[in-house]
Design a binder for this molecule. Structure first.
Ligand code: ADP
Ligand code: MG
Length: 226
């Protein structure tokens, strides 16, 4: 059976006006991503990685180009449509976890599960990321690696189609970094979720099905070529 295309982008443009200077953060980006793929996007700082992930995640509007999720246009969605897309389709994992400090691990994950119309069981999801024993701990009582695993549980608990990770190991030591990446690969394989990780760490690219390289807002090449 042919793999289903989950994302299709053509000519994505995003520009920022900084005083007199116009920065083209995305300068004509094309790609197709298929169901269940593990994609790593590699590029130096300032190359447009976060901008690209934010566009895929419906966090901001494009200045040009077309983006389709399963043949449905994302680039023409209005505010309410974008909110629904963010709620149901994508799960986000950020470099600095972004957990709510006054909520414990369980409550942080439950909050996300509740806003989704097909949210998963919270305790089970925390067990999946190896944190059954830490459910009542607050973010300040957890290590960086553990906090990132709570953040991953939060993203999965929404049961999204696509998991988007912006430098998920950027703040971690190499051991925690390895366990977070292994967990991402595991989520990709056991839940069949499409995972997109952006990073400037070449080592992480080894576990990807395909690696995209971005420079100055352009995808320079995609490997292995399909
Ligand atoms: P990366 O994540 O690869 O480090 P970004 O996508 O954050 O890169 O940024 C790409 C370019 O767009 C940079 O030149 C950055 O300064 C600029 N940029 C990103 N977001 C904004 C913004 N909100 N306002 C102005 N410029 C921005
Ligand atoms: Mg970035």
């Amino acid at each position: 059976m042919e793999k289903q295309r989950v994302l299709s982008a053509r000519g994505l443009i995003k520009q920022f006006q900084m005083g007199e200077v116009n920065v083209k953060a995305l300068d004509g980006v094309d790609f197709d991503i298929y169901e269940g793929e593990f994609i790593v996007i590699l590029g130096p700082s300032g190359s447009g990685k976060s901008t690209l992930l934010n566009m895929i995640g419906g966090m901001d509007s494009l200045d040009g180009g077309t983006l389709y999720f399963k043949e449905k246009p994302v680039h023409t969605l209005d505010k309410a449509g974008m909110a629904q897309y963010r709620r149901d389709v994508v799960g986000f994992v950020f470099q600095f976890y972004n957990l709510i400090p006054s909520l414990n691990a369980f409550e942080n994950v439950a909050l996300a599960a509740q806003i989704s119309k097909r949210g998963l069981d919270v305790a089970e999801t925390l067990q999946r990321v190896g944190l059954s024993e830490r459910m009542d701990h607050f973010p300040s009582q957890l290590s960086g690696g553990q906090q990132q695993r709570v953040a991953m549980a939060r993203a999965i608990a929404k049961n999204p189609d696509i998991l988007l990770c912006d430098e998920p190991t950027g703040a971690l030591d190499s051991e925690s970094s390895d366990s977070v990446m292994q967990l991402l690969k595991n989520i990709n394989q056991t839940y069949g979720k499409t995972v997109i990780v952006i990073t400037h760490d070449r080592e992480i690219a080894q576990i990807a099905d395909r690696v995209f390289h971005i420079n100055d807002g352009r995808l320079t090449h995609i490997e292995p070529s399909s």
